[in-house]
Write a protein that binds this ligand. Structure first.
Ligand SMILES: Nc1ncnc2c1ncn2[C@@H]1O[C@H](COP(=O)(O)OP(=O)(O)OP(=O)(O)O)[C@@H](O)[C@H]1O
Ligand SMILES: N[C@@H](CCO)C(=O)O
Length: 292
């Protein structure tokens, strides 16, 4: 048996819609695999009741198929599905790494990015790599349309606040504008470049400023009850920047390490003020998938 762990991730980071991602030090999914004639799947943990065990419908089934690696697969969910924290990507990345080891396929983590993205296609219809790339490679990642991914290590404190509201990725993609003005384009490129420089320097001020996004985030924020209040509360508590995590509903804040507790409390209280329960993960930029 081989067991692997892969982290939750936060895609987009505001200015990097469908391009940027970051691995979180926790929470994470754990996946164990044993050789078998046909793939079977068992799921336990956070949100397990909402995750299909049919290999045609679970992301790990598509990963086993893509690697020609049938297995009994046990998933222990640490990342709740439909959280905006890359839940399906964490399972896909952990399964890809575990099956690669079990069947001695010899693929690198970079080779496994398009394999794990095949799993993502099962749930969203598109092989997005902006969650599986950080889940596999760790750190801050940039994915390009040619399937290539670049990763940079960063040392950065983060808070991810997960409210008890549901935002479907389909709805969140439905509100993305079809086009952008040149003014918004220039602002977005400037913010994305600032964020990238900030990640390379592990600088929370630069990264926080680079999260700003005039195009996608304002449209999506309307789908998250309490978002504006939570954002303001996090900034007042010392966050250097706040944005929607992935397709939502989680909200991501960047801060100095010493401000994590205060920012986490402020965000949970911000959601409470809007009548929404929430939990906050005091986390950081973390490593990619590992065999345990
Ligand atoms: N192994 C799996 N783990 C989690 N969800 C899975 C898995 N296999 C299939 N799914 C389905 O995928 C959907 C959730 O995946 P999705 O990646 O959208 O979650 P997310 O955490 O919100 O990610 P994102 O950060 O991309 O918004 C649910 O419909 C769930 O049933
Ligand atoms: N980049 C994707 C991540 C969710 O799969 C989005 O924001 O829709």
């Amino acid at each position: 048996m081989v067991t692997a762990r892969a982290p939750a991730t936060s895609a987009n980071l505001g200015s990097g819609f469908d391009t940027f991602g970051v691995a979180l030090s926790h929470p994470a999914d754990t996946v164990s695999v044993e050789r078998a004639a046909e793939t079977t799947i068992r799921v336990r943990g956070a949100g397990a009741d909402f995750i299909p065990t049919d290999p045609e419908k679970n992301v790990v089934g598509a990963v086993a198929e893509a690697l020609d690696a049938p297995a009994h697969i046990h998933i222990d969910k640490g990342v709740r599905p439909s959280s905006g924290l890359g839940s399906s990507a964490a399972s896909a990345a952990a399964a890809a790494v575990a099956l690669n080891e079990l069947y001695d396929r010899g693929y690198s983590r970079h080779d496994l990015v398009p394999v794990a993205a095949e799993g993502e296609a099962v749930v969203s219809g598109e092989a997005h790599a902006d969650n599986v790339a950080p889940a596999l490679l760790g750190g801050f990642t940039i994915v390009r349309s040619d399937d290539g991914a670049t990763s940079v290590d960063a040392d950065l404190a983060l808070v991810a606040c997960l409210p008890e509201v549901v935002v479907s990725t389909r709805d969140a993609r439905g509100v993305v504008p079809d086009s952008v003005s040149m003014t918004d384009h220039v602002e977005t490129v400037g913010n994305a470049a600032t964020l990238t420089a900030g990640m390379c320097r592990s600088d929370p001020e630069l990264v926080g400023r680079g999260l700003d996004d005039p195009v996608v985030t304002p449209a999506r924020a309307k789908l998250i009850t309490g978002y504006e209040g939570v954002r303001e509360a996090a900034l007042a508590a010392g966050a250097t920047g706040v944005t929607v995590s992935g397709a939502g509903p989680s909200v991501l804040a960047v801060c100095e390490p010493g401000r994590k507790r205060a920012v986490a409390s402020a965000m949970v209280e911000g959601f409470a003020d809007a009548g929404v329960g929430a939990r906050a993960y005091q986390t950081a930029v973390g490593d990619g998938a590992t065999v345990l």
